[in-house]
Design a protein around this ligand. Structure first.
Ligand SMILES: [Fe+2]
Ligand SMILES: [Fe+2]
Length: 278
């Protein structure tokens, strides 16, 4: 089965066709069994970028949501306007009220649209904490066990639960990733990897009873990592034989440059328009 992934939303643009960048992520996945969209960006770029990149959003058979941050879910109304009724997969906690906080000010960064509104546009929500195959050979990971000591939660990610008196750390338990079981091997697509990229690698390898991951695409959150975590990440990339790595979004330019130096030809920038075949 041939597979093609194209990044539709990301912080930067890699092709001079009139696409726009925005802080966020969305990836269009084409297979012989049908097309799937993973995340939607904030909503400013998804429709125009899909058009200039020749991707028909109306062809999508399913939408998967990596987690309930605005920069991955804000484009849902625009996409639903093109798809009409369509299954939308995600974790049951995606609608939780969440914030970015530096200890003083707190800014809302959760989903911008109510479930009822999205359902009125055609979203058919399927919530899961467990792995699920959403289309032939396209899987969502379910909740990721947090097993190691060096992938620590981002302290700026906070929650404001209904009725609570104060914000508290957000474990982002809803962080899911997508896996395509392609002809070349496993292709892992990350939203923000809030669960920790190595935790995600290990969970995916256990899920599929494999020892190698062919490719990784998407937001790694390594831009917020400490040196020890980054070193362990480089070791894991080599240990699992990753042949292609296209980092995006919350990786940040500094860590992307370091990954490029480490990976050489295996690396690419996962910007708007970047493609990967499997
Ligand atoms: Fe993000
Ligand atoms: Fe996020």
């Amino acid at each position: 089965m041939q597979t093609k992934l194209t990044i539709l939303c990301e912080n930067s643009v890699g092709r001079p066709f009139g696409a726009v960048g925005e802080h966020g992520f969305a990836c269009f996945i084409e297979t012989e069994a049908g097309n799937v969209l993973f995340d939607t960006g904030q909503g400013m770029g998804i429709c125009g970028n899909a058009e200039v990149l020749g991707k028909n959003l109306a062809s999508i058979q399913a939408i998967a949501i990596s987690h309930g941050h605005y920069d991955h879910t804000g484009g849902l109304p625009q996409v639903l306007n093109q798809t009409g009724p369509v299954p939308v997969y995600g974790h049951p906690d995606i609608f939780i009220s969440r914030t970015w906080s530096d200890g003083n000010a707190a800014r809302y960064i959760g989903m911008r649209h109510r479930r009822e509104y999205l359902e009125s546009l055609g979203a058919q929500f399927h919530f899961t904490r467990n792995p699920v195959e959403i289309s032939h050979r396209i899987h969502l990971t379910g909740e990721i066990p947090r097993d190691n000591h060096f992938e620590k939660p981002d302290p700026n990610m906070t929650l404001y639960p209904e009725g609570a008196m104060a914000i508290r750390p957000d474990p982002i338990t809803d962080d899911l990733s997508l896996v395509v079981d392609s002809e070349k091997g496993l292709i892992l697509v990350l939203g923000c990897a809030h669960a920790g990229m190595i935790n995600i690698f290990n969970h995916v390898l256990n899920m599929f009873h494999r020892k190698r991951i062919y490719a990784v695409v998407g937001g790694t959150h390594l831009g917020f990592s400490q040196p020890a975590q980054f070193e362990e990440t480089l070791k894991a990339i080599d240990r699992y034989g990753i042949e292609r790595m296209g980092v995006s979004h919350c990786t940040g330019l500094e860590k992307a440059a370091k990954l490029h130096a480490h990976l050489g030809e295996r690396f690419f920038f996962g910007c708007v328009g970047a493609e990967l075949e499997g």
